[in-house]
Design a protein around this ligand. Sequence first.
Ligand code: AMP
Ligand code: ZN
Ligand code: ZN
Length: 409
Amino acid sequence: MKMLFVFCGILILTGCPHDEKADNFSPTVILISMDGFRWDYFNKTNTPNFDELIDGGSKAEALIPSFPSKTFPNHITIVTGRYPENHGIVANKMYDPDFDEYYYIGQGSAPVLDGKWYNAEPIWVTAEKQNQTAMTMFWPISEAEIMGVRPSEYFVYDGSVSRNDRVDQILKWLDYPSSKRPRFLTTYFSHLDDVGHRHGPDSDEVKSAIREMDRTVGRLMDGLKSREIFQKVNIILVSDHGMATTSSDSIIFLDDYIDMDKVIMVDWTPVAAIRPKGSIDSIHSKLHNAHPNLTVYKKGEAPARLHYSSNRRIQPITAIADEHWSITTHDYTSQDDHADKYSGATHGYDPVYPSMGGIFVGHGPAFNKGLLGPGITNIHLYEMMCKILSLTPAENDGSIDSTRIFLIN
Ligand code: AMP
Ligand code: ZN
Ligand code: ZN
């Protein structure tokens, strides 16, 4: 008996790695994104770990993306609560006329690291500014200094870091002594998006990737359980958008309607961002009503529900393909390695299509158990996470009222 006391005493003095048994485990959020996880994927295959999270937590029927339903615009909306036109990342590929520079994503992207592109406050900045520690094991733009602030620990995106290593890093951070331990953590997985693009949402490959994602979250859950903190931390599982099949029979060839030498294409499909070199009206009149599956807007004319008007990085003409359709040119598709590019699946379409819906699951002390709620738009998650962490939110487009049903308080 005496030995036991001495042993515990030493552990406390040296900073027990698992001091979660202390009752003062502060509210903590682990935000996990599984890129391209469509809202209905949970029902496609056997997912014991997702089922455990959903049964013991809250789930929305879908997490409705903001327009365009692309990766960077939506990941940044989730962590800022601002529509893309307000946070500044209106596409994965952009041109800024004031900077006279292009923005692009992907491993090694220099603009991603440059905070000048970002006009809204991510929650890790909100947290650090209010003296809460944030650590990010990948999340789009978490590697940039924004408003002079970075997460206390973070990693520049490197897709080759294994899924297990990402999970283990989260657990390692939670093992920090309470004075250093982060309250807000993120991680990100692109696997399901990659497989979805290549094989389509209804493929066996996607089913296997869903199971792989289930195992990944299972590893995290096991690690939390062995530390006896599974019921103490809040896990928020989200995705940025869904996925819709494309077909080589459903292609809109812009060169059927306009002279491609008269425009600069900033982005292509399914949302084309077009900068005419000369008259905007001339290009617009040729594209407008050109194809029954293409909707074309001059800047400022997109419907209000898309929130896609007021940013200098929105180009003079935006052409949006209908679900399943792709935008390209004959010239491009005639090149050998591009021939099968349009027979997989993609996203970016109008969020009104159910296929563009992502996921939202919340599990932990902040969330109601066994609650299946309606679909919510992703602008609301920033306020929800601020509430869980008792942070004062920065200006944003969301409302706590939209997520209140999921929360215990
Ligand atoms: P999307 O096709 O729009 O879903 O984009 C997914 C891609 O975004 C991934 O395959 C990555 O290459 C890229 N990506 C994700 N996170 C980052 C990041 N933090 N920095 C740069 N590129 C990223
Ligand atoms: Zn994505
Ligand atoms: Zn994608």
